[in-house]
Design a protein around this ligand. Sequence first.
Ligand code: AP5
Length: 212
Amino acid sequence: MSLRLVLVGPPGAGKGTQAKIICKKAEIPQISTGDMLRAAKSEGRLPEDLVAKMVAGALVPDEVVIGLIDERTKADDCENGFLLDGFPRTVPQATALDAMLEKRGQKIDLVVAIEVPREHLVERAVLRRTDKRTGQIYHLKYSPPPAGTREEDLEHRADDHEDVVKKRLDTYEKMTAELLPFYSARGNLKRVDGVGKVDEVTKRMLEATSLK
Ligand code: AP5
């Protein structure tokens, strides 16, 4: 059985955290435009104007991420589906996604929106740390890294400083507001409460995706 899934949610909602669990269970790859852009940045392949947009908490142009997704979803490991984490974020991205899948006789099966009120999101993002070696996402208060983890192995993202997080939240509210009505109108949107412990949210996610 194939599963083509989209995760939508504001910065810090837990998309990456939940995506890793769902992908393991469903045996599909996690495709995160944020991770792809950060990898390009750290390898010096991301043009300076796009680096500046990310650091300022703005979106990169639609055509850049559409190109990345078009290429990535053609790979062999996407044959039985994939989970898109952080794409699409705008209606033009969503319509481009539909068009590229339609050409391949495919479609998005389900869109899951993780809902978390703004007051939780700044703390979640600011205290996030990612293990550079494994990609595991930690939170200094809610899911701390195991004892003995060296500080130099933990990445504090350049856009996870409070002022930038607030700008990213504003961008999300402005740019992504139209996306949920777009998917809701098609009847393939499920909303999941993202407040609570990680495993409580996972339980809701697995129910929403029928992976339980
Ligand atoms: P991206 O990397 O996609 O960032 P984001 O959408 O802002 O989302 P985050 O990665 O911040 O949060 P998350 O929801 O994955 O949360 P996580 O699980 O890590 O994008 C970065 C930038 O790239 C954008 O600003 C833009 O410039 C560009 N970009 C990317 N995609 C683009 C696109 N499609 N179009 C244009 N530009 C694009 O969790 C956060 C923290 O909370 C962690 O510390 C975690 O441990 C903790 N946590 C998770 N769940 C819980 C819980 N239940 N309780 C307590 N803490 C929790």
